[in-house]
Design a protein around this ligand. Sequence first.
Ligand code: F6R
Length: 240
Amino acid sequence: MKVVVGNNEQISKLIAEEFIKVINVKPNCVLGLATGTSPLQVYAELAKANKEGRVTFKDVATFNLDEYIGLEGTHNQSYRYFMNENLFNHIDINKDRTHVLKGTGDYLAYANQYDKLIADFGGIDIQILGIGSDGHIAFNEPGTPFNSLTHVAELAESTIVDNSRLFNDISEVPTKAVTMGLQSIMNARKIVLIATGKNKAKAIYNLLKGPKTEEVPCSILQDHKDCTIYCDEDAYSLVK
Ligand code: F6R
């Protein structure tokens, strides 16, 4: 694993450039996308580059990591809504080629075919990840098997507390989600992970210095052939 340390603006720009490089080499590439606070600046940089004509998304396909169970795609805390608001509505992408797991209706059937659908599109060329304070990636909480594919997951208490900042009340935070599994993520050809803030420091320490164990889901990334960790000084503070 490579590590790059810089402030949020610097690392977000670097990650956006990695995406742009991949897309410009392979215009019909497949992007793996995350929600949450961490990738917001990356998405803003991608939208800016698209407006400047430095990249086009017209033949790109995307797959998102996860979705809350119980929220319609129109709900303002759903991850489909997040993606539309923070990226898809601002770039020249064909929305039919954007895939977000479903949180309602036949969500299980869709989840069960998600890994095959990704493979049918040729596999993920570049995947962006955030990281939870407990070391989760996507919604793979501590204890998730390393060989997991897309599945239904219970959110850890710490994740419900972390994510409650975006809801009116903690009681509104869904307790379950559908998520790509750890093996699904490892199948991506290239992975970039972004972490900022002191509350990510322990997870980044465990990722970079700890043993590979299912108790620390992100530690599986130690085995990936092309994975770069981008963090700010606060997230990196326990490693030094
Ligand atoms: C979101 C996701 C989560 C987040 C993580 C960090 O699609 O997969 O694993 O990346 O919970 O969230 P933020 O970036 O809000 O701190």
